[in-house]
Design a protein around this ligand. Structure first.
Ligand code: GDP
Ligand code: IMO
Ligand code: MG
Length: 423
């Protein structure tokens, strides 16, 4: 059986966690393929809200197995807290949460290096979540990193000490004042490692390819979004992994010809948290209303998310790079009550009108050109079928489908698992 992919098409926080949770009933295995605790995936059902950072969003279902793939970076300290949250809800994860031996570990000093790097950048900072993501992936590609499988070696602590010493020397190179108590950080780290050890470490690529042969249904869960991809995002204001479809192949060990559907998730408008260009960003009341109604605060850092109109040029770019076969539109309910909606359908770039994403999308390089749509008044949050949706919303949907040439199969009308319309 082929592996389906689910990924974000914008700057993250599209609602991936919610939809993975909705789809899990149709899958045997949910596998996270990249990113780490920079992600915050929100699930709401039965009156409870859960935020997952590293653990796949299928964990609340009884039968599905959940795999943290080799492409993921794990902070044992945050991971332990996530597991303790699951304990509180009596979720038995020991038999259904499997960790790739090849996943890299975020050390306390990776977090310190992240903070030092950001501080030293001053105004040019990336707006990182400061979870140590960049430094950990740097150690991975620099061939210095520590992996989960290393914890099974007798000399893992020596390896840890060597890498930590190196990091401390690197920290000294940054001309910034970062306060820390290494002993305390290490105590927390060791506690996290102990908890991590209670789970099964596996050769995940072997496990997943065997599952494919056995006709098991696998859903690969992405983190972040395509515009934060290390290669194709708004570099350098990106994360440090491939968030796009190709990342699922390298992050799980699955061959491209084993990929089935690619589900692309997008918000009916656009948000971004952290620094970096955002052509359709709003600084007026429309933007403020989106933020307020959409409750746009980061699930990991609590920072306010910047809001703006839907950017179809960027969306089409993401659809193309990922080979999206089905779209899912989130948070349409947030747009109820807007008299006019705008969608960016071209950019003015160096005096010309263009319809693709150019190398630079800073305000001095591109000006968005908008197509306007009539809004709708009705509250969508209690609607459960397409027949109930207002015509102006259907026109908005049809336009996006026509432009992207991909069908929108799910319309999400609220944060709860139940507020999901399948088309
Ligand atoms: P993820 O990182 O892609 O999993 O998304 P986040 O969880 O970071 O952010 C999505 C936010 O929107 C969360 O607070 C969700 O509860 C919420 N959400 C998801 N879908 C909808 C929707 O259709 N309508 C509304 N109003 N909120 C939604
Ligand atoms: P999910 O999976 C939104 C952003 C950060 C920052 C940049 C680099 O919840 O959609 P990093 O911590 O990776 O060094 O930060 O990327 N960022 C996200 N924005 N959603 C996320 O994940 C993000 N993960 C990282 O705000 O701008
Ligand atoms: Mg998020």
């Amino acid at each position: 059986m082929a592996v389906d992919l689910l990924l974000g098409l914008q700057w993250g926080d599209e609602g991936k966690g919610k939809i993975v949770d909705v789809l899990t009933k149709d899958y045997d295995i949910i596998a996270r393929f990249q990113g780490g605790p920079n992600a915050g995936h929100t699930l709401i059902f039965d009156g409870n809200k859960h935020v997952l950072h590293t653990i796949p969003s299928g964990i609340f279902h009884k039968t599905a197995l959940n795999v943290v793939g080799n492409g993921v970076v794990i902070d044992p300290v945050i991971f332990r807290k996530e597991l303790e949250n699951l304990d509180q809800h009596n979720i038995d994860y020991t038999s259904k949460l499997l960790i790739s031996k090849k996943a890299h570990l975020i050390l306390p000093t990776h977090r310190l290096l992240d903070a030092a790097s950001e501080t030293s950048k001053g105004k040019a900072k990336i707006g990182s979540t400061l979870k140590g993501i960049g430094p950990t992936y740097m150690d991975k590609t620099g061939r210095n990193g520590m992996r989960v499988g290393d914890l099974e070696l007798d000399d893992w602590k020596e390896r840890y000490n060597l890498l930590t010493d190196k990091h401390l020397k690197m920290l000294a190179f940054f001309d910034v004042d970062i306060q820390f108590d290494l002993k305390e950080l290490e105590n927390e780290f060791i506690k996290g490692i102990e908890k991590l050890r209670s789970l099964k470490f596996i050769d995940s690529e072997e496990f997943l390819n065997t599952a494919i042969k056995e006709n098991k249904k696998i859903l690969a869960e992405g983190a972040q979004g395509s515009l934060l991809d290390i290669d194709f995002g708004t570099y350098p204001f990106v994360t440090s992994s491939n968030t796009t479809a190709a990342g699922a192949c390298t992050g799980l060990g699955i061959a491209p010809n084993k990929i089935g559907d690619v589900f692309g998730i997008f918000k009916a408008y656009t948000t971004r948290v952290g620094s970096g260009p955002f052509p359709t960003e709003l600084f007026d009341n429309d933007g403020k209303n989106m933020a307020k109604i959409g409750n746009e605060f980061g699930a990991t850092t609590g920072r306010p998310r910047r809001c703006g109109w839907l950017d179809l040029i960027a969306l089409k770019y993401a659809v193309q790079i990922n080979g999206v076969t089905q779209l899912m539109m989130m948070k349409g309910d947030v747009l109820s009550g807007f008299e006019t909606l705008k969608v960016c359908t071209a950019y003015k770039h160096k005096g010309k009108i263009i319809k693709h994403l150019p190398y630079n999308i800073e305000p001095e390089n591109v000006t968005p050109i908008f197509t306007e749509f009539k809004g709708w008044e009705s509250d969508l949050t209690k609607m459960s079928s397409c027949d109930e949706l207002p015509q102006n919303l259907l026109d908005y949907i049809l336009f996006i489908e026509k432009e992207t040439e991909v069908p929108i199969k799910i319309i999400s009308v609220g944060p709860d698992r139940k507020q999901t319309i399948i088309r």
